[in-house]
Write a protein that binds this ligand. Structure first.
Ligand SMILES: [Cu+2]
Length: 262
Protein backbone atom coordinates (compact mmCIF):
# COMPACT_ATOMS: atom_id res chain seq x y z
CA UNK A 1 0.00 0.00 0.00
CA UNK A 2 1.21 3.42 -0.85
CA UNK A 3 0.81 4.97 2.63
CA UNK A 4 3.57 2.71 3.93
CA UNK A 5 5.98 4.30 1.49
CA UNK A 6 5.08 7.91 2.15
CA UNK A 7 8.25 9.96 2.57
CA UNK A 8 7.84 11.80 5.87
CA UNK A 9 11.17 13.61 5.67
CA UNK A 10 10.61 17.37 5.69
CA UNK A 11 10.97 18.98 2.29
CA UNK A 12 13.67 21.67 1.79
CA UNK A 13 10.84 24.23 1.92
CA UNK A 14 9.69 22.94 5.35
CA UNK A 15 13.23 23.00 6.66
CA UNK A 16 13.68 26.54 5.42
CA UNK A 17 10.47 27.68 7.15
CA UNK A 18 11.56 26.07 10.42
CA UNK A 19 14.97 27.67 10.01
CA UNK A 20 13.39 31.11 9.57
CA UNK A 21 11.30 30.61 12.73
CA UNK A 22 14.37 30.27 14.94
CA UNK A 23 14.86 33.27 17.22
CA UNK A 24 18.60 33.53 16.62
CA UNK A 25 18.09 33.44 12.85
CA UNK A 26 15.37 36.09 13.01
CA UNK A 27 17.50 38.43 15.07
CA UNK A 28 20.51 37.87 12.81
CA UNK A 29 18.44 38.57 9.68
CA UNK A 30 17.02 41.71 11.22
CA UNK A 31 20.53 43.01 11.94
CA UNK A 32 21.60 41.97 8.43
CA UNK A 33 18.75 43.98 6.90
CA UNK A 34 19.66 46.96 9.09
CA UNK A 35 23.35 46.90 8.16
CA UNK A 36 22.66 46.26 4.48
CA UNK A 37 20.26 49.20 4.31
CA UNK A 38 22.88 51.30 6.08
CA UNK A 39 25.58 50.43 3.54
CA UNK A 40 23.21 50.99 0.61
CA UNK A 41 22.40 54.49 1.88
CA UNK A 42 26.02 55.26 2.77
CA UNK A 43 27.17 54.04 -0.66
CA UNK A 44 24.50 55.82 -2.67
CA UNK A 45 24.13 59.09 -0.82
CA UNK A 46 27.37 59.77 1.02
CA UNK A 47 30.09 57.96 -0.90
CA UNK A 48 30.15 60.41 -3.78
CA UNK A 49 30.22 63.29 -1.28
CA UNK A 50 33.27 61.84 0.46
CA UNK A 51 35.10 61.15 -2.78
CA UNK A 52 37.18 63.85 -4.48
CA UNK A 53 35.13 66.14 -6.72
CA UNK A 54 34.73 64.97 -10.29
CA UNK A 55 36.31 67.00 -13.11
CA UNK A 56 35.76 64.52 -15.98
CA UNK A 57 33.29 61.94 -17.25
CA UNK A 58 35.86 59.26 -16.37
CA UNK A 59 35.72 60.33 -12.74
CA UNK A 60 31.90 60.20 -12.91
CA UNK A 61 32.02 56.60 -14.10
CA UNK A 62 34.53 55.72 -11.35
CA UNK A 63 32.08 57.20 -8.82
CA UNK A 64 29.25 55.14 -10.28
CA UNK A 65 31.44 52.04 -10.20
CA UNK A 66 32.31 52.57 -6.54
CA UNK A 67 28.64 53.01 -5.63
CA UNK A 68 27.52 49.90 -7.53
CA UNK A 69 30.32 47.77 -6.06
CA UNK A 70 29.42 49.04 -2.59
CA UNK A 71 25.81 47.97 -3.19
CA UNK A 72 26.92 44.56 -4.44
CA UNK A 73 29.02 43.98 -1.33
CA UNK A 74 26.48 45.52 1.10
CA UNK A 75 24.48 42.30 1.78
CA UNK A 76 27.64 40.22 2.25
CA UNK A 77 29.12 42.74 4.67
CA UNK A 78 25.72 43.13 6.36
CA UNK A 79 25.40 39.41 7.00
CA UNK A 80 28.91 39.06 8.44
CA UNK A 81 28.39 42.05 10.73
CA UNK A 82 24.97 40.78 11.81
CA UNK A 83 26.42 37.42 12.88
CA UNK A 84 29.14 39.25 14.81
CA UNK A 85 26.51 41.47 16.44
CA UNK A 86 24.40 38.48 17.47
CA UNK A 87 27.48 36.83 18.94
CA UNK A 88 28.46 39.93 20.91
CA UNK A 89 24.94 40.36 22.24
CA UNK A 90 24.37 36.76 23.28
CA UNK A 91 27.76 35.18 23.83
CA UNK A 92 28.94 34.88 27.42
CA UNK A 93 32.35 34.08 28.79
CA UNK A 94 32.65 30.36 29.44
CA UNK A 95 29.95 29.37 26.95
CA UNK A 96 30.34 25.88 25.60
CA UNK A 97 30.29 26.30 21.84
CA UNK A 98 27.41 24.38 20.23
CA UNK A 99 28.30 21.37 18.13
CA UNK A 100 28.83 21.95 14.43
CA UNK A 101 25.76 21.45 12.26
CA UNK A 102 25.82 18.93 9.42
CA UNK A 103 28.18 19.94 6.59
CA UNK A 104 26.46 21.65 3.67
CA UNK A 105 28.85 20.40 0.99
CA UNK A 106 26.46 17.56 0.18
CA UNK A 107 23.43 19.86 0.14
CA UNK A 108 22.88 20.43 -3.56
CA UNK A 109 20.52 23.37 -3.13
CA UNK A 110 22.87 25.11 -0.72
CA UNK A 111 25.98 24.62 -2.82
CA UNK A 112 24.24 25.46 -6.10
CA UNK A 113 22.63 28.65 -4.83
CA UNK A 114 25.89 29.81 -3.25
CA UNK A 115 27.77 29.11 -6.48
CA UNK A 116 25.13 30.79 -8.63
CA UNK A 117 25.01 33.88 -6.43
CA UNK A 118 28.79 34.27 -6.28
CA UNK A 119 28.95 33.68 -10.06
CA UNK A 120 26.31 36.28 -10.84
CA UNK A 121 27.97 38.89 -8.61
CA UNK A 122 31.40 38.28 -10.18
CA UNK A 123 30.00 38.28 -13.73
CA UNK A 124 28.12 41.51 -13.08
CA UNK A 125 31.34 43.13 -11.90
CA UNK A 126 33.38 41.84 -14.87
CA UNK A 127 30.81 42.73 -17.54
CA UNK A 128 30.16 46.14 -16.04
CA UNK A 129 33.90 46.84 -15.92
CA UNK A 130 34.37 45.77 -19.54
CA UNK A 131 31.52 47.99 -20.73
CA UNK A 132 32.95 51.02 -18.90
CA UNK A 133 36.45 50.32 -20.20
CA UNK A 134 35.19 49.93 -23.75
CA UNK A 135 33.23 53.16 -23.74
CA UNK A 136 36.24 55.01 -22.29
CA UNK A 137 38.57 53.74 -25.03
CA UNK A 138 35.99 54.48 -27.76
CA UNK A 139 35.74 58.05 -26.51
CA UNK A 140 39.53 58.27 -26.41
CA UNK A 141 39.88 57.18 -30.05
CA UNK A 142 37.21 59.66 -31.17
CA UNK A 143 38.86 62.54 -29.28
CA UNK A 144 42.44 61.83 -30.35
CA UNK A 145 42.67 64.27 -33.34
CA UNK A 146 41.70 67.34 -31.30
CA UNK A 147 43.58 66.35 -28.17
CA UNK A 148 46.15 68.29 -26.19
CA UNK A 149 49.31 66.23 -25.71
CA UNK A 150 50.93 66.26 -22.28
CA UNK A 151 54.13 64.30 -21.71
CA UNK A 152 54.26 63.15 -18.11
CA UNK A 153 57.58 62.18 -16.55
CA UNK A 154 57.84 60.46 -13.21
CA UNK A 155 61.13 60.54 -11.33
CA UNK A 156 62.03 59.91 -7.72
CA UNK A 157 60.09 61.86 -6.44
CA UNK A 158 58.78 64.53 -8.74
CA UNK A 159 56.22 64.79 -11.52
CA UNK A 160 57.02 66.95 -14.53
CA UNK A 161 54.80 67.87 -17.44
CA UNK A 162 55.84 68.85 -20.92
CA UNK A 163 53.48 70.34 -23.49
CA UNK A 164 55.33 69.71 -26.80
CA UNK A 165 52.97 71.64 -29.08
CA UNK A 166 53.07 74.66 -26.76
CA UNK A 167 56.75 74.42 -25.90
CA UNK A 168 56.10 74.57 -22.17
CA UNK A 169 57.38 72.50 -19.25
CA UNK A 170 56.00 72.67 -15.75
CA UNK A 171 55.69 70.94 -12.40
CA UNK A 172 52.02 71.79 -12.15
CA UNK A 173 49.40 70.18 -14.36
CA UNK A 174 47.38 72.87 -16.12
CA UNK A 175 44.58 71.76 -18.43
CA UNK A 176 42.01 73.67 -20.48
CA UNK A 177 38.39 72.79 -19.83
CA UNK A 178 36.53 70.94 -22.59
CA UNK A 179 39.55 69.80 -24.62
CA UNK A 180 40.46 66.11 -24.72
CA UNK A 181 43.93 65.47 -23.37
CA UNK A 182 46.28 62.58 -24.09
CA UNK A 183 48.85 61.91 -21.38
CA UNK A 184 52.00 60.15 -22.60
CA UNK A 185 53.59 58.79 -19.48
CA UNK A 186 57.01 57.44 -18.70
CA UNK A 187 59.54 57.23 -15.90
CA UNK A 188 63.24 58.04 -15.81
CA UNK A 189 63.93 55.61 -12.96
CA UNK A 190 61.69 53.14 -11.12
CA UNK A 191 58.01 52.45 -11.80
CA UNK A 192 55.54 55.12 -10.71
CA UNK A 193 51.84 55.52 -11.31
CA UNK A 194 50.40 58.78 -12.61
CA UNK A 195 47.20 59.63 -10.77
CA UNK A 196 45.44 62.96 -11.35
CA UNK A 197 42.80 62.21 -8.74
CA UNK A 198 39.84 64.37 -9.82
CA UNK A 199 40.12 63.18 -13.44
CA UNK A 200 39.41 59.56 -12.46
CA UNK A 201 42.30 58.08 -14.42
CA UNK A 202 45.49 56.32 -13.39
CA UNK A 203 48.30 54.82 -15.46
CA UNK A 204 51.69 53.27 -14.79
CA UNK A 205 54.80 55.29 -15.48
CA UNK A 206 57.42 52.79 -16.64
CA UNK A 207 61.04 53.23 -17.63
CA UNK A 208 61.12 51.19 -20.83
CA UNK A 209 57.69 51.87 -22.22
CA UNK A 210 55.50 54.92 -22.68
CA UNK A 211 51.92 54.39 -21.55
CA UNK A 212 49.11 56.67 -22.55
CA UNK A 213 45.72 57.56 -21.16
CA UNK A 214 43.06 59.95 -22.37
CA UNK A 215 40.35 61.98 -20.72
CA UNK A 216 38.43 65.22 -21.14
CA UNK A 217 38.26 67.65 -18.22
CA UNK A 218 34.69 68.96 -18.17
CA UNK A 219 34.68 71.19 -15.10
CA UNK A 220 36.86 73.91 -13.65
CA UNK A 221 38.71 73.07 -10.46
CA UNK A 222 41.86 72.21 -8.60
CA UNK A 223 43.71 69.01 -9.41
CA UNK A 224 45.74 66.78 -7.11
CA UNK A 225 48.38 64.70 -8.84
CA UNK A 226 49.75 61.79 -6.86
CA UNK A 227 51.95 58.76 -7.36
CA UNK A 228 49.97 55.56 -6.86
CA UNK A 229 52.82 53.07 -6.88
CA UNK A 230 55.28 52.62 -4.04
CA UNK A 231 58.48 54.01 -5.56
CA UNK A 232 60.89 54.52 -2.71
CA UNK A 233 61.47 56.52 0.44
CA UNK A 234 59.54 59.69 -0.48
CA UNK A 235 56.76 58.03 -2.48
CA UNK A 236 54.15 59.54 -0.17
CA UNK A 237 55.42 63.03 -0.99
CA UNK A 238 55.47 62.52 -4.73
CA UNK A 239 52.54 64.79 -5.42
CA UNK A 240 51.85 68.06 -7.10
CA UNK A 241 48.91 70.27 -7.96
CA UNK A 242 47.27 71.63 -11.02
CA UNK A 243 43.98 72.95 -12.29
CA UNK A 244 41.40 72.74 -15.00
CA UNK A 245 40.99 76.29 -16.29
CA UNK A 246 39.14 78.14 -19.05
CA UNK A 247 40.88 77.75 -22.44
CA UNK A 248 41.75 81.48 -22.48
CA UNK A 249 43.38 81.20 -19.04
CA UNK A 250 45.30 78.17 -20.24
CA UNK A 251 46.63 80.13 -23.21
CA UNK A 252 47.67 82.95 -20.86
CA UNK A 253 49.47 80.46 -18.66
CA UNK A 254 51.25 79.04 -21.72
CA UNK A 255 52.48 82.45 -22.89
CA UNK A 256 53.46 83.49 -19.33
CA UNK A 257 55.66 80.42 -19.19
CA UNK A 258 57.42 81.20 -22.43
CA UNK A 259 55.37 78.98 -24.71
CA UNK A 260 53.12 79.71 -27.65
CA UNK A 261 49.41 78.88 -27.97
CA UNK A 262 49.00 76.04 -30.43
CU1 LIG B 1 56.32 57.29 -7.50
Amino acid sequence: MSEHNVDLKPTPGDRFTTFLKRKDIRETLAWAAFYTAGFVVLGGVFYTKWMPISLSTDMKSIERLMVIFTWISAPVCGLVLSIATYTFRHGTRGDVPPEDGPPIRTNFLGVASFGAMAGILCLTAVVYGLIEMNSASEAAAKDAPSALIVEVTGSQWVWSFNYPAQGVSSNELMLPKGQPVIFKIHSVDVNHSFWPVQLGIKADANHFQTTSVTTTPNKLGRLDVKCAELCGLYHAYMETEGAVVEPADFNNWVTQNGGHSA
